[in-house]
Design a protein around this ligand. Structure first.
Ligand code: C2O
Length: 501
């Protein structure tokens, strides 16, 4: 089937934490944003009209493989030009993957101003279809009172030489601090959880109820019980939760932002958010129980339901050394291999399509885009050394990668591991946490020609340049895709440079 949405993007007013009303980016004069839902096999068409008046937009479909449609990936300066104020763009792609995803602006620093919502792909053949009665989408996020353009100008500035990230004012669940979920005794619900935040990971747990994990970032898992999850910005989990047969009490659903991410914890921070499983309206909603120690479920212990083996015989290794440092201007930036990403004026995809055989030469993409040229159908390994005392959630567009290895914090850089330490059937996902001063090893197959960013999903670090570009099989792309020349010219003439810094 074809599923069509018309998105009129405009400013609206909202006050999700009940502390402060502000302008946010809405769709069709609504905010919170509507979930986009479709079924595996559908074609999704989204007609976007940018009526913001003062800012460009794009929409990225986080986690979609976009096989054959990398030009619909929505990354500004990468797969398309920004949609200027007054402009329009139609996203049109088919979906052949089930699961819990989200959509968000992929113009520098913009989505925390509101342009983010859930994207749910239903699966009539889900192995878990008979395991639950109803599903409920549960979004998590952090929330800022100030606008991103303001916050970004003080974040990347000589007055902030350490690169301290702005701390949000509140944690939200379904874009409120006050969520109630009516439940029926004995029923099993599938909660589809999405962290749409800009910065903060959240610990999530249900009081008095165990979660059973069945899906992570669109990949079904062998069911695994968990008491508490750690959900970074951009990660998703589907969990089954069975209700008690007794309606005499309501229970808290807890979200707690990971304060280790914050350089300082300001007064008045609403760091926790509570929702309630309401068995009976007549019951009082109990105060949440705080915990001093967070014991969260390790996603590297999961097993994918399809039992896919670890890819062996690595063909190509992408080595990335992360650091945060000052440039000559005194402001703090983020670097992979000593390069801080600066987006090109011409989207990387257009360069790949228009440079003939030279498209396999990294030089044509400009050194500031941190390009890696991948050949078709190879086993690619990413080794990332986090030489920084912060936690970072890394995301790859266009793929789910195998979680081969994650070191503990302070383990230092990768020195060559025994593959024997890797799981035989590693979990796959599209966003993964790297621990402070630790390293990580990921693998994927380059079976999806396209231009795919690999970046930290903390929006501050996107702005400060923590991005690399995977240019996957560019010659195959030239055979299968063309960008209308009129679009290319418009883009060149009107596109403001994608400001990586
Ligand atoms: Cu959720 Cu580059 O994106």
């Amino acid at each position: 089937a074809t599923v069509t949405y018309d998105f009129n993007v405009t400013w609206v007013r909202a006050n999700p934490d009940a502390q402060f009303e502000r302008d946010v980016i809405g769709i069709n004069n609504q905010w919170p944003l509507p979930p986009v839902t479709a079924t595996v096999g559908d074609r999704l068409i989204v007609n976007v009209e940018n009526q913001l008046g003062n800012e460009p937009v794009t929409i990225h479909w986080h986690g979609m493989y976009m096989n054959g449609t990398t030009d619909m990936d929505g990354a500004a300066g990468v797969s398309q030009c920004e949609i200027p104020p007054g402009g329009a763009f139609t996203y049109n792609f088919t979906i052949d993957q089930p699961g819990t995803y989200w959509y968000h602006s992929h113009v520098r620093g913009q989505y925390p101003d509101g342009l983010r919502g859930p994207l749910i792909i239903h699966d009539p053949d889900s192995p878990f279809a008979d395991h639950y009665d109803e599903e409920i989408v549960l979004t998590l996020s952090d929330w800022y009172h100030d606008s991103m353009p303001n916050l970004l100008s003080s974040f990347i500035s000589v007055t902030n030489p350490t690169g301290a990230e702005p701390v949000p004012q509140a944690a939200l669940m379904n874009d409120t601090q006050n969520l109630t979920v009516s439940v029926e005794p004995g029923k099993t619900y599938m909660f589809r959880m999405v962290n749409m935040g800009a910065f903060a990971a959240q610990y999530v747990w249900f009081e008095g109820h165990t979660m059973q994990i069945v899906e992570v970032d669109g990949i079904y898992t062998e069911p695994a019980d968990a008491e508490m999850l750690y959900i970074t910005a951009a990660q998703r989990y589907s969990v089954l939760v069975t209700m008690k047969n007794d309606t005499s009490a309501n229970f808290a659903i807890n979200g707690a932002m990971d304060q280790d991410l914050f350089d300082a914890v300001p007064d008045g921070l609403q760091s926790n958010v509570t929702g309630w499983l309401v068995y009976d309206q007549a019951n009082e909603n109990p105060a949440p129980t705080l915990v001093d120690e967070y014991n969260w479920f390790d996603d590297f212990t999961l097993v994918p339901q399809d039992g896919e083996d670890l890819y062996d015989n690595v063909d190509y290794t992408v080595s990335l050394d992360l650091k945060m440092d000052n440039l000559g201007d005194g402001a703090n930036y983020a670097f992979f291999n000593d390069i801080t990403y600066v987006g090109p004026k011409v989207p990387t995809l257009y360069t790949a399509l228009t440079t003939g055989d030279s498209a396999t030469d990294a030089v044509v993409y400009g050194g500031n885009t941190n390009p890696f040229i991948l050949e078709h159908n190879q086993v690619v390994e990413i080794i990332l050394n986090n030489n920084d005392p912060g936690k970072h959630p890394f995301h790859l567009h266009g793929h789910a990668f195998q979680l081969a290895y994650r070191s503990d914090e302070e383990a230092g850089p990768y020195v060559g591991n025994a593959t024997a330490d890797y799981p035989a059937k590693p979990m796959r996902r599209d966003t993964v946490l790297v621990k402070p001063d630790g390293h990580i090893v990921l693998r994927f197959k380059s079976d999806n020609p396209g231009i795919w960013l690999f970046h930290c999903h903390i929006e501050w670090h996107v702005a400060s340049g923590l991005i690399a570009t995977m240019v996957e099989a560019p010659l195959l792309l030239q055979n299968s895709l063309s960008i209308p020349p009129s679009h290319y010219d418009t883009c060149r003439a009107s596109n403001t440079p994608f400001e990586g810094n």
